[in-house]
Write a protein that binds this ligand. Structure first.
Ligand code: NAI
Ligand code: MG
Length: 361
């Protein structure tokens, strides 16, 4: 029996609903396979937990998580708890302590989905964004002074290190080199306006690019890049970006492949010294929480990415195929995709479709 331990952190709002469906799909594929067992432990760490305990997770939370094979997370954040508390109290410590310095966000139009971009199909929308996940603009260096006076001020510093930048660039170049359809890497920059860190970033792009002679390199300003996501998404293969730029541009990436309910992400520790974490790009969506209508696609796609990372490629592919069958049929999809199904019905339907792929193996 192949065994993997999974830490489940559903979190807040719709995080709970979509992780329930993802787990159902995982359980179904394991049952159909017969040779794999996922051993889950569920943690209620969330904003609700914070309101009771004054922290997002227990003091030894990272110690508890470190020996799991993977972490499967919904979303955290809820009105009443400031967003910087929920983020810096749970997600960021996990990403940093476990050196998940790579964040993979596919921008791929699934079978059965329509892009809001006119006349764009699956051939045009098929790339991946590699976001630097540990440093850059999301640093805790800086401070606040003179609060409450008319000299009130804040300073926030970005941190770009040679090691951090080289690691993310090399990872992205490797994907472009080995899996890229177009063998092209686009590096997001803003070296015209940000005078220290972004020229530094560009310099290392030029350096690492020499290790990959078969990959074509483009360095593109982030503002122009946003426009190109809309006007010519077909030119991209692998986009590599700093923490902030990658965060922003991937919400646009989500929008062009069908919306926030679709986009998955993987926080990877490539050395596998620590668990990697799989979570939808979307948040806890307080506006639809509790209604049972959240789209579980992103969470189910994340489950597939998690199995892929664990080396279960066949099972990962089966999940993605079954998911796309449901999207293509369109009868059991949630309101954000124009359907009337509940989150739970969507998940059930994916489970039903799985049988076909499990037998086909
Ligand atoms: P959000 O992603 O939660 O929602 C943005 C919009 O997309 C909303 O209209 C929502 O209804 C819709 N949406 C999102 N996921 C959906 C799904 N699966 N199905 C259907 N519609 C969906 O982003 P927002 O509103 O900016 O943030 C809400 C809370 O989530 C905040 O507290 C924020 O800090 C937190 N957040 C947490 C993240 C995480 O845990 N990784 C990521 C982003 C936000
Ligand atoms: Mg984001």
């Amino acid at each position: 029996m192949r065994k993997y331990s999974i830490a489940l952190i559903p979190g807040d709002g719709i995080g709970v609903d979509v992780i329930r469906e993802g787990r159902k799909v995982l359980d179904t594929i394991c049952e159909l396979d017969g040779g794999i067992k996922l051993e889950y432990e569920e943690f209620d760490w969330s904003c609700e937990y914070y309101l009771k305990n004054g922290r997002m997770m227990p003091e030894n939370g990272l110690e508890i998580l470190k020996d799991f094979n993977s972490i499967y997370l919904g979303a955290v954040g809820y009105p009443g708890v400031p967003d910087h508390v929920s983020l810096w109290g749970l997600l960021l410590p996990i990403r940093r302590q476990f050196q998940q310095y790579i964040n993979i966000r596919p921008v791929k139009l699934l079978r059965g989905l329509k892009s809001p971009l006119a006349n764009r199909g699956a051939d045009d929308l098929d790339f991946v964004v590699v976001r630097e996940n540990n440093e850059g603009e999301y640093s805790s260096v800086g401070g606040r002074m003179y609060e409450g006076t008319d000299q009130d001020m804040a300073v926030q510093s970005s941190v770009f290190t040679r090691q951090g930048v080289e690691k993310v660039l090399r990872y992205a170049y490797n994907i472009a080199d080995q899996q890229g359809k177009r063998k092209r890497l686009t590096a997001a920059t803003k070296s015209n306006g940000i005078i220290h860190t972004m020229p530094f970033w560009d310099e290392y792009v030029q350096k690492i690019n020499k290790e990959f002679p078969d990959v074509e390199t483009n360095i593109t300003h982030i503002d122009a890049l946003c426009a190109f996501f809309v006007s010519k998404p077909d030119v991209f293969d692998v986009v590599v970006a700093s923490n902030l730029f990658g965060d922003i541009v991937t919400d646009l990436g989500a929008a062009i492949i069908g919306g926030m309910g679709i986009a998955p992400s993987a926080n990877i520790n490539p050395e596998k010294r620590f668990p990697s974490m799989f979570e939808p790009v979307h948040g806890s969506a307080p506006d639809i929480a509790g209604k049972g209508i959240a789209n579980p696609t992103a969470a189910i796609w994340c489950a597939s990415m998690m199995l892929e990372h664990l080396g279960e490629t066949k099972l990962a592919e089966a999940i993605l195929e079954a998911l796309q069958d449901v999207l293509e049929e369109g009868a059991a999809v949630t309101p954000d995709l124009g359907g009337t199904a509940k989150t739970e019905e969507f998940g059930d339907e994916v489970c039903k479709k799985l049988a076909k792929y499990a037998v086909a193996r």
